[in-house]
Design a protein around this ligand. Sequence first.
Ligand code: AP5
Ligand code: MG
Ligand code: ZN
Length: 215
Amino acid sequence: MKLILLGPPGAGKGTQAKMLAEYYQIPQISTGDILRTAVKDGTPMGVKAKGHMDAGSLVPDDVVVGIVRERLQQADCAKGFILDGFPRTVPQADALQNALADLGKNLDAVISLEVDLEALVERLTGRRTCRDCGKGFHVRFDPPAVAGKCDACGGELVQRDDDREETIRKRLDVYRAQTEPLAAYYGDAGILHSVDGMQDIQVVKANILETLTAK
Ligand code: AP5
Ligand code: MG
Ligand code: ZN
């Protein structure tokens, strides 16, 4: 399965990508996660990306295209992959087409997670992520058994630096201006499938799997 998860900040891309990766036994490729690791490790790429991420704007196309191009060549992508948070601009989508063509591959589907704008801010302000294993939670919608502690590994749950309300608003504006046009891009290509992202997490997962099986 070669899949893109499309949707605004907080739509549930990461939540669903992790579950689908497990289901299909293929890697989740989250450019956001890769960039956050680079920032944490202080690599040259991380240093370059940090200012853009803290401001809620996009990291330059050439940086993220380079990351994905390299990642798709790795052996674990042979059976498929789930792209989470990439592409985010039309030039990134064009670059992805080229990279896949070079590898002799085609996308199977683009799943667009549809979520009301008002719900996104609450999802992002309540999001918590495990510092050690990266598992995601929500204080209200997907709470851990013990507040502040990861169910999977006991690690400390932290908030993302860009999940402050003013940065969230900026990320939503950037999404509307630069990423939303990709729905038409993939609609024209005939591989776009919309899924209602307002349902319960497990219901969204079931609907995605049903969509992918039916197509
Ligand atoms: P990135 O990390 O990709 O962030 P994003 O797109 O803003 O999306 P999020 O990760 O915030 O949301 P999500 O859809 O994954 O939601 P989640 O599943 O966590 O990018 C961050 C930054 O990196 C960008 O701003 C940019 O600077 C840079 N960047 C990354 N990729 C780039 C690219 N390609 N080009 C340029 N720059 C790039 O869910 C959110 C919360 O809601 C969680 O708490 C979850 O538990 C909860 N939740 C999930 N589903 C449900 C549900 N169905 N019901 C109730 N709650 C739910
Ligand atoms: Mg995410
Ligand atoms: Zn953990």
